[in-house]
Design a protein. Structure first.
Length: 373
């Protein structure tokens, strides 16, 4: 009876477990992860059944002190050639488990490479961001410089127009000693009061026209600055959002794979240890089938307490690459954007961007209103 059970377990169990290994290997890098935990569970259970069957067979022989079943008179042991095949299958299974370990390590390596690729993509996008930042900073300086000149021009205009306004009775003929046709008798001489009035009016007019030109130029510069900041802010936000999502997704994929692979590693090691125990029992049977010493209880106890080194299936789980801070001021390879932050809540038309950027430029109420990107 025991012999028939062993034969069934060997022919079906070994074939099933070898098929699991070959099937998972054929599936590519997914290895046991793709094959599924249910198959690994089946493989582990089959191995445990085989261990119990061989241990039971040895125990039967030890208890009966005979290689033959007292009830039937038939040998307990299958042919030696059959046991040799069993031993060969053990080697195949252990090799398969080591290959599964390597395949799972490749899965982890792929996950880590994907995480690194997120940071690399961020790095690759940053030169363009820094170019946009440089364009924005140049536009900021141009606008600030223009507004400074505009303040000077406005101060000059106010001074000159105030001087003109300060002249009293500019149209009073008594001031120039002529009749109502005083404007027609203007003479180019320093003593003529009309010359002073005309010159003051001219100075005021020229100053006003100059302010108009400067104001138009500065308003255009402000629009250019706003546009440049929007381009910079949008590209920075897009890059950082993409980077954050990429890192979160790939890190989660790594964590999911780690959980699965850690379980598969534990199961694989359990199978590996069981195989060595089964082999220990089979070795005792082979000795007996070759005319050697009869199996003993001590031999059974030795196999049962066998300490198996399963370190060849140990998988290393590296620490994933740290997520880059997208605006890290200490990112030596890329420069920094920390002094010119741009987020959804800090950009033209959002947050306190306008007050922060226009600080010191608000004299004379000359600025364009804040506008969204």
């Amino acid at each position: 009876m025991v012999r028939s059970i062993v034969a069934i377990l060997v022919t079906r169990g070994m074939a099933s477990e070898s098929a699991v290994l070959m099937q998972s290997q054929a599936s590519g890098e997914g290895s046991l992860k793709i094959a599924g935990s249910s198959r690994v569970d089946k493989m582990r259970m089959n191995s445990k059944l085989m261990e119990d069957a061989y241990k039971g067979l040895l125990q039967q022989i030890v208890d009966s002190k005979s290689l033959q079943d007292p009830a039937t008179g038939k040998p307990y042991l299958p042919d030696k050639s059959f046991l040799d095949i069993v031993e060969q299958q053990f080697a195949i299974m252990k090799t398969g488990l080591r290959e599964e370990k390597s395949a799972n390590e490749k899965i982890l390596a792929g996950d880590h490479a994907a995480i690194s690729a997120c940071n690399a993509a961020r790095d690759a996008a940053f030169p363009n961001i820094l170019n946009l930042q440089g364009t924005m900073q140049s536009a900021r300086a141009t606008h600030a410089s223009c507004r400074g000149g505009e303040d000077t021009d406005i101060d000059d205009m106010e001074t000159k127009c105030t001087a003109f306004d300060a002249i009293q009775d500019k149209c009073d003929q008594n001031n120039i000693g002529v009749n109502q046709d005083w404007y027609a008798v203007f003479h180019e001489n320093d003593e003529n009061p009309l010359k002073t009035i005309v010159n003051a009016a001219t100075d005021c007019h020229v100053a006003v026209e100059k302010v108009k030109v400067t104001a138009s130029t500065c308003d255009g510069n402000q629009d250019d600055f706003k546009s440049a900041y929007c381009s910079y802010a949008q590209q920075l936000e897009t890059t950082c959002t993409t980077h954050s999502q990429c890192y979160a997704d790939t890190l989660q994929a790594l964590r999911d794979d780690e959980v699965t692979i850690q379980q598969l590693e534990r199961d694989g090691k359990a199978i590996f240890r069981t195989i060595d125990k089964i082999k220990c029992y089979v070795d005792e049977l082979l000795v007996a089938s070759n005319g050697g010493a009869m199996p003993s209880q001590a031999a059974i106890n030795t196999c049962n307490g066998l300490q198996v080194d399963d370190s060849s299936l140990t998988i290393t789980y590296p620490t994933p690459e740290v997520k880059d801070d997208c605006d890290d001021p200490h990112h030596s390879a890329l420069g920094n954007v920390a002094n010119d932050m741009a987020t959804a809540s800090f950009r033209p038309g959002a947050g306190n961007w306008y007050n922060a950027e226009m600080d010191g430029l608000t004299n004379h109420d000359k600025l364009n209103a804040d506008e969204t990107c």
